[in-house]
Ligand binder design. Structure first.
Ligand code: ADP
Ligand code: SF4
Length: 685
């Protein structure tokens, strides 16, 4: 067998009584499916195993109704009736010789128990996380004994369900065991609070209980947050985290270490680079001989190799890289490095769980659709009837449709009016912090450049007549959308007439270099009614011009939807640090050449803001002109040999890049389906 520099990544690693076939470890991550969509959950995890992940974990799995995260779709092991759903997953994972791990959790004061209506539990009486008007009660000794029994019962059930690795979870500031460890949550005066040893007591007990109950056949993993980035207010990697791991060094069979809370653990590429957790986690191997797994959005085989060779980790942990490319390990093993669909760090996957729906991914449109629509991330039926497709527009929707059609054996011609591929992705990836987003374009373009059945044309503005003359069976219109300049968005549903009287820049103008071209040095005002990332990245971009910048938004905070991607606090902090003047809860109500007038959304009180340059970030208009024209000429399609013309992506419904990719993929699947297209199946176990 030929040697590969990456062979070390494929060595087996013993984890207590079990052995993983390689060093690729899909750490626990939410899917937005859990107990609500067990078939979908099982298929998704099984595909990770098929793609080469040696260990595949569940998401956090509630051990008792007093840890009830409804309406979030997490795992559940409240009683024996939950075992069959989880067995679906272990069977799917074992079918590919991988190990199945389960992350048991009691969420303590993080669980408001909206469905079970039980009293939340905590080391000390405290308000629960979030805004629910309920407090957790301080656990008495009976509660503590009960909790230990629940954990043991859940561990036994997990073994019955077929799990090989069972987690004890103290991370993300959302678990009871971590709450007992942390001084800010644990104010007890008994043997479970106060000193380091006392705060460790419950953790030690649960670890010992679990080992005794199932440790003969199952590996016991500890997931511990080693830093909360809160300074002395939280756990620190060079403080108590080191003490905890030193004290329990050889007790568990595996240490899974990371940052807390979730927004620190899953930092987006706008805020953190690959391997960003290493400075916090690399000490762990020096205090234990047990295998250590850590994360840091590892997508590059060389970075993974370095982490192993330099003795920072034993196992490469991944959530997002395994979502973007479930076949990442197999591709490394087969030497297909260029084929790896690298995560772009946009955290759209996270938004699924946060919005209580199955996850979606910008890079991998099949995620979450493995069971529901029977989509596989790598396999596609080879269509026996080869046809010719013309794709107008080489943004994410057009490129994705092209890739899948080509893979199914069709012939495609893709054309774009610009001189670069990627559409909005190419433009947006030039904005501060978004450079990794270009991977959406690069991966697809590379796929198309490898095959004979794709013709690619830049600088080609296609008209309706060009299309009718082209001699193709199917036409895809993936012509995208343009940002509006008339103020219409979520707040103003009709054009703001006063904007017609002054110059207004759109995000498209800024991305085309309008700010660089301007000799003006007066203040820039960004009016953001879009409410996701664009307003804030443009504010960062505007700051680079050296001019004073104000961001006005009708919402209470900057970029409110970025709560779903765990970025909101970081975005607002960054803008404040950059000196951006933030004016929340105000809408645009007037302007002249030097000022804009804004009014409070509640009181209608008005104020003027100096403004030499107004950038309006409100909504986008679909580029549906071609589609409208071609619809009017439908009587000519037959004579032109055209069987179908279909608009997809932003030209239909402007949205996330992930949605455009999905739309392109869905279109292609619909054209290559042999037999009926899979309906959206309901997951009734
Ligand atoms: P999506 O997100 O739906 O893929 P984008 O806006 O990213 O949409 O990409 C649309 C692409 O379509 C852009 O690159 C644009 O230049 C191109 N385009 C729009 N109209 C035409 C046309 N008539 N002929 C060729 N290309 C077009
Ligand atoms: Fe990565 Fe974005 Fe996909 Fe999440 S949604 S896995 S961050 S590419």
């Amino acid at each position: 067998m030929t040697q590969s520099p990456y062979d070390i990544l494929f060595e087996p690693v013993q984890i207590g009584p079990v052995t993983t076939r390689n060093r690729f470890y899909q750490v626990p991550h939410c899917t937005g499916m859990g107990h609500r969509y067990p078939q979908a959950e099982a298929r998704l995890r099984g595909i990770k195993a098929e793609g080469g992940w040696g260990v595949v974990s569940t998401q956090e799995t509630e051990i008792h109704p007093s840890s009830d995260l409804t309406p979030y779709n997490e795992g559940r092991l409240w009683d024996d009736t939950d075992i069959p759903a989880l067995r679906l997953m272990t069977e799917a994972v074992h079918a590919h010789q991988s190990l199945a791990a389960i992350q048991l959790v009691h969420n303590g004061l993080h669980a408001p128990n909206r469905y079970s209506r039980l009293s939340p539990l905590a080391p000390s009486a405290a308000a629960v996380d979030g805004n629910d008007p309920v407090q957790a009660r301080a656990m008495d000794k009976t509660d503590i004994r009960q909790f230990r029994k629940w954990h043991v019962a859940a561990a036994r059930r997990a073994r019955t369900a077929g799990f090989d690795i069972i987690y004890i979870y103290a991370g993300h500031d959302m678990t009871l065991l971590q709450h007992f460890l942390l001084q800010r949550h644990n104010h007890r005066g008994d043997e479970y609070g106060g000193s380091f040893d006392n705060r460790m007591r419950l953790f030690r007990e649960v670890l010992a209980d679990t080992k005794e109950a199932v440790g003969d056949t199952c590996a016991i993993a500890v997931r511990l947050a080693v830093d909360e980035l809160l300074g002395a207010e939280g756990i620190q990697h060079d403080g108590e985290a080191r003490d905890i791991i030193s004290a329990l060094a050889e007790e568990p069979d595996l240490w899974d270490v990371n940052l807390s809370d979730w927004s620190n653990d899953s930092q987006s590429s706008r805020f953190a680079r690959e391997g960003f957790q290493e400075p916090y986690t690399e000490f762990v191997k020096s205090v234990t001989s047990k295998p250590v797994v850590g994360v840091g959005r590892y997508t590059s085989p060389d970075t993974m190799l370095a982490a192993i060779k330099k003795g920072k980790l034993d196992l490469i942990g991944a959530a997002r890289p395994s979502i973007a490319d479930p076949f990442l390990p197999n591709k490394i093993q087969q030497g297909r490095l260029e084929d790896i669909r690298e995560c772009i760090g946009c955290n759209i996957c996270v938004s699924g769980d946060n919005a209580c729906v199955p996850m979606r991914c910008t890079q991998n449109p099949t995620i979450g659709e493995e069971w529901r629509r029977d989509w596989h991330p790598e396999k596609v039926t080879h269509d026996p009837g080869r046809e010719r497709f013309l794709i107008v527009g080489g943004g994410p929707a057009g490129l994705e449709a092209a890739c899948l059609l080509v893979k199914a054996g069709h012939e495609i011609v893709i054309a774009d009016v610009r001189d670069t591929w990627g559409g909005r992705v190419s433009l947006e990836s030039t904005l501060p912090g978004l450079s990794e987003w270009a991977r959406v374009r690069d991966w697809r373009l590379w796929q198309l450049q490898q095959v004979q059945n794709a013709e690619l044309y830049l600088g080609s503005a296609l008209t309706a007549q060009d299309i009718l003359d082209y001699d193709v069976a199917h036409v895809v219109l993936a012509t995208g959308a343009d940002w509006r300049s008339d103020g219409v968005g979520r707040t103003h549903r009709r054009p703001l007439d006063f904007l017609a009287d002054r110059a207004v820049l759109t995000p498209d103008d800024v991305m085309d270099g309008a700010l660089d071209a301007s000799a003006d040095s007066g203040p820039i005002v960004i009016y953001d009614d879009d409410r996701f990332y664009m307003g804030s990245v443009l504010a960062e971009r505007a700051v680079q011009s050296g001019r004073p910048v104000t961001l006005v938004t009708p919402s209470p905070v900057v970029a409110p939807w970025s709560e779903h991607t765990l970025e909101q606090a970081r975005i607002q902090t960054r803008l404040i640090k950059l000196g951006v003047n933030i004016v929340p809860l105000h809408l645009l109500c007037g302007c002249d050449d030097e000022t804009i007038t804004v009014s409070c959304v509640y009181s209608d009180r008005r104020r003027d803001i100096e403004c030499a340059c107004l950038v309006s970030v409100t909504a986008r208009s679909p580029n549906d002109g071609l589609w409208n024209q071609l619809q009017q000429q439908q009587d000519q399609w037959d004579a032109a040999g055209i069987k179908s013309i279909t608009p997809v992506g932003d030209c239909v419904s402007p949205g996330l890049i992930a949605s455009a990719v999905y739309a392109g993929h869905e279109y292609a699947r619909s054209m290559i389906a042999v037999g009926p297209v899979s309906p959206l199946r309901e997951d009734n176990r």
